[in-house]
Design a binder for this molecule. Structure first.
Ligand SMILES: Cc1cc2nc3c(=O)[nH]c(=O)nc-3n(C[C@H](O)[C@H](O)[C@H](O)COP(=O)(O)OP(=O)(O)OC[C@H]3O[C@@H](n4cnc5c(N)ncnc54)[C@H](O)[C@@H]3O)c2cc1C
Length: 437
């Protein structure tokens, strides 16, 4: 099943064309190795801008980039658009929906997924936002519920459709809360003149005492002030108890009637079957040594969100951010080639370039080591960094034009409902797909 079965070069199989997997492939370009990159999607997703797809200010294609196109000049790489269902670490094969692929070296770069911490009811009814299909589901749900609200005769009947509860006040929750608040403040009256702006509520909930937990205290405080000024109700030290699709209940007895709960309160690694339970750390991540290699498996590496490198310096592993995945990918690509040549490997060292989050127009937080900015300048930095990090010149131009248009008109994006989001239908389909014959 390998593309060149008689190849004399070692085969490096990479599972995942995200931030980490792409870097490994790039490091191995022009080297005497066969690279097979596998991804269940045929595109790379720029996750930091998913929230703009969810709120309809960017089209999905603007934050996705074809993996085939990205590697069209790399002669030693073959791309396979398929899902890995299992890894056989004894036979050195990965099992996919199109057959088995043999590897000499394997890199697991499968990223992470939403963690509902085992609460099946919340998983059933709340919306995650980790992929483009999920961001589009969320967009349709938001727009459909605004349409639905128009048809309701009373304020009480409209309230659940116009209440948006975001659980998890990390960067994703904060950015989405800001974007929904801007939708209410600048767009609602234009698109839906029958609705009353003040009836739309945006709540941001976290059980921690501050928003943007990993940021500096001043950054976190500024973000909370920005959210407040935009009309977001921030509920801190509040733990979610349950959500049944109608009412979200919090510990202590409070509750909100809502049809819109968005869950960004945690992530967990996506580990394919076949990896021994002993190798799994907290957060469902694969335990790796200082060169991102699985303990006891000299030819298997794990990088990015799915990897846990536990050392004295990083007792909880590294943060789940793009820079960690990119840098681990770079080191791993180079180390695999060093191993092939019989050379000494170099341990991974994370270079933390800082953290950025935006809350809305002219409002962002930039914690760049000792340099800390809040407000307009931080917002310019946020825009610049995100534009240059996007893959593909065309995507950068499209996003830039969209941002300029939104800035000038206060009304960017087209907010189309291309297909209906039917939660029950989707769940039924998922169940049918996952049911064994
Ligand atoms: C909404 C959101 C906002 C974010 N904002 C930021 C930000 O502002 N800054 C920042 O630094 N980080 C941000 N992050 C985190 C960042 O995106 C991740 O840390 C990063 O994507 C991890 O890279 P990765 O290579 O480990 O995995 P990913 O980029 O997630 O890539 C994993 C790839 O593996 C593929 N895959 C998974 N399982 C299989 C399988 N079984 N078979 C085949 N293919 C498979 C997936 O399709 C995917 O393409 C954000 C994340 C989200 C969800």
């Amino acid at each position: 099943m390998n593309p060149t079965d008689q190849s004399k070069f070692p085969t490096v199989v990479i599972i995942g064309g995200g931030f980490g997997g792409l870097q490994v492939a790039k490091q191995l370009a022009d080297k005497p190795v066969e690279v097979i990159l596998i991804d269940k999607h045929n595109y790379h997703t720029f996750q930091p801008l998913l929230y703009q797809v969810a709120t309809g200010s960017l089209e999905a294609e603007a934050i996705a980039f074809s993996l085939r196109k990205n590697f069209d000049g790399q002669k030693n790489l073959r791309f396979r658009n398929t899902e890995v269902t299992r890894i056989d670490t004894e036979k050195n094969t990965v099992v996919t929906t199109i057959g088995e692929i043999v590897y000499d070296y394997l890199v697991i770069a499968t990223g992470s997924t939403t963690n509902f911490f085992g609460n099946k009811e919340i998983e059933h009814y709340a919306m995650p936002m980790k992929s483009i299909p999920e961001a589009l589901n969320l967009r349709y749900l938001v727009l459909q519920n605004l349409e639905e609200a128009i048809l309701k005769p009373s304020k009480e009947d409209r309230a659940p459709y116009l209440s948006f509860v975001l659980v998890g006040a990390g960067p994703t929750g904060v950015e989405l809360a800001g974007a929904l608040a801007e939708l209410r403040n600048h767009v609602l009256n234009k698109d839906y003149p029958e609705l009353v702006k003040d009836e739309m509520k945006v709540y941001l909930v976290d059980f921690l005492p501050k928003v943007l937990g990993p940021f500096s205290d001043e950054g976190s405080k500024a973000a909370q002030d920005f959210l407040h000024s935009m009309g977001v109700e921030v509920l801190l030290n509040v733990k979610v108890e349950s959500y049944d699709g109608h009412e979200i209940k919090f510990e202590g007895g409070k509750s909100i009637f809502t049809k819109n709960v968005i869950w960004s309160a945690g992530v967990m690694g996506v580990v394919p079957d076949g990896i021994s339970k002993d190798s799994i750390e907290r957060g469902n991540r694969i335990k790796v040594d200082t060169i991102c290699r699985m303990v006891g498996r000299p030819n298997i590496f794990a990088i990015g969100d799915v990897a846990a490198m536990i050392t004295d310096e990083t007792p909880k592993g590294h943060p789940g951010v793009a820079q960690v995945a990119i840098q681990m990918g770079e080191t791993t690509g180079k180390n695999i080639y060093r191993l092939i040549k019989g050379e000494q490997t170099v341990p991974f060292k994370y270079n933390d370039k800082g953290s950025l989050a935006t809350i809305g127009r002219n409002k962002a937080i930039a914690d760049l080591g000792k340099l800390k900015f809040q407000g307009f300048f931080a917002w310019l930095i946020w825009m610049f960094v995100h534009l240059i990090s996007l893959m593909g010149g065309r995507n950068r131009v499209i996003v830039f034009i969209n941002w300029v248009a939104s800035y000038i008109t206060y009304n960017g994006g087209s907010r189309l409902i291309i297909r209906n989001f039917e939660r029950e239908e989707l769940i039924k389909k998922d169940e049918q797909v996952s049911k064994p014959d």
